[in-house]
Design a protein around this ligand. Sequence first.
Ligand code: AMP
Ligand code: MG
Length: 388
Amino acid sequence: MVTIEEALKIIKGQQVRPKTECRKLKDCLGYSLSKDIIAPFAMPSFDNSAMDGYALCGIFREYIIKGEIAAGDTRQLELKEGEAARIFTGAKIPENTTAVMMQEKTTVIGDKLLLEQEPREGQNIRRKGGEFTKKQVVFENGYSITPAGIGLIGSLGIEKVDVFRKPVINLITTGNELVAPGKPKGEGQIYESNSFALAAACEKYGFQCQGKKQIEDNFEAIKAGIKDSLENTEVLILSGGISVGDYDFVKQALEENGVEELFYKVFQKPGKPLYFGRKEDTFVFALPGNPASSLSCFYIYVLPLLYKLSGSPKNGLEHYAFSISHDFENRSDRPSFLKARIDTKEVAILNGQGSSMIQSMALGNALIFLDAETSVKKGDLVECYLIS
Ligand code: AMP
Ligand code: MG
């Protein structure tokens, strides 16, 4: 048995070799860069207008209008003192432009332009290199690509991006009692739901489960299923059969497949019978079968490894301290992750904390971490791990 801190240290301390690939820009959201992005040119790459209005030469209240420049125009226009050109947002400003005046502050009479006020030098001009210069590192290796990041990379004319590959994930659920949703359920049976929840949790954080298998509580079948799934998998997630019951065969089946145990059992609630192991470059998590335990273990333990394997700088769920809206006593002798809901600035622990109860998790948006046998008072700050 290890503590939560020890378990996380073991997971986060694993030596991994994230693999790289080159992806189309449109398919890069949530991926991490495997190389720096260096600006091939300055941004903006030419002085341009920040407004629809008039490019002005010299500081006056009156100008003569000479021509028009739209965005994308390549003509070179040169202004002389007292001259103005109609210009539109993003258009290259003419040579000798002192400032651009927004059109709302101008009046046009024939070819004359009258201003409400004198322009300020440089006003409404976006200067070449104002955002960054040529050869500047725009994003460093490891940057996790956001929608804005995609926009910026595209604006540099780059359409293929070097990123870290996401790990190949496979799922195995075990249990004689499990029936797939949509099929009739007999006496004593329950619907298999963990694979759906776990696959969805992977997807929520930008990972994909390649495949899933359902295996009955039979040692040989589980052993063969694990053997097969270990091939070409980087993270194998099992659910159920890892506890101490007579039909819990997963641990032994992993052992017999040459998986090295890195820890088994974590001093926590829920999710005590959590297993983590490794065979070469394949990592194995065996999660307890209880639905809330398995998902809680995914969030706290599996996700950090998925991030690490994908070269991400993130190392788990985001977490912040929020003030609790009520008194609470954690009577458990184990440190606990409690299903909770943050509303505006306060967090409340929800009813239905049992390991099998997933409705509270579905309605909540956080897990509160509380030490064993600890009391908190309304208004105290508690650590909340965000799950939505
Ligand atoms: P186990 O960890 O196999 O002892 O299972 C603990 C509890 O979780 C039992 O009540 C199981 O029926 C339930 N359970 C196990 N696997 C699943 C699953 N894939 N979906 C839903 N419930 C499960
Ligand atoms: Mg079972």
